[in-house]
Design a protein around this ligand. Sequence first.
Ligand code: SF4
Length: 247
Amino acid sequence: MIQPRKWPILTEEEKKDEQKIKVVAARMRDKHPQDIIRWGIEQLGVSSLALACSFGCEDIALLDMALKVNPDLDIFYLDTDLHFKETYEVRDRLSGKYQKQFIRVSPDLTLEEQAVKYGEKLWKKDPNLCCNLRKVEPLKKYLRNYQGWITGIRREQAPTRAHAEVVEWDQGFQLIKLNPLAFWNSKQVWNYIFKNQLPYNPLHDHRYPSIGCEPCTRPVLPGEDPRAGRWSGTDKIECGLHNSPVS
Ligand code: SF4
């Protein structure tokens, strides 16, 4: 008896076909995030896929799911040199828990070199340029080695993410993007973290629902949007990683 196919399968050509990927995304929507990761690994091969980890709550849940599927999956983080000390501490705790080195992706310029070239505290003067230098460009370079990446974005996080699919063609970086948590809410993420007793950034307990670089993140006030603490006082709401940057 022929077994029904468990997953939609993409041919090599279809992996770059936005329309085909949309069809697959519609079929994958109701799958558990861990199954979406499993599908990605089966489709692309474990060495062609990498998980982006900012060590925020979503990424920690994903990291746990992913390493349970395949402990060899590459986990990377963008080290802007400007993270909170708590972020580096949770990175080290997770690294110890999973006995795994996370790949550090760093900008071309040190903070000192950036200050010489563009002025002190560029994040205050031009946060888009700062994010571009310290996050987008390093990511673009790093992802050249892969056919797909996994992110922790969720639809309810921001209007810019409201149409995220669990599988997408990433036009800016030119590869497949998996957003396994696209349809999860914050409660589901935290339930997963507590149920699996995962370490997490203690700043989440101090009114930091979303944690980025220290100079650009503040705690949110009661009733404020969870991402109100990011780039507060500017109209910036994304660092540029999730809005299809064009090379
Ligand atoms: S979040 Fe702020 S400090 Fe970090 S790269 Fe962007 S602008 Fe620079």
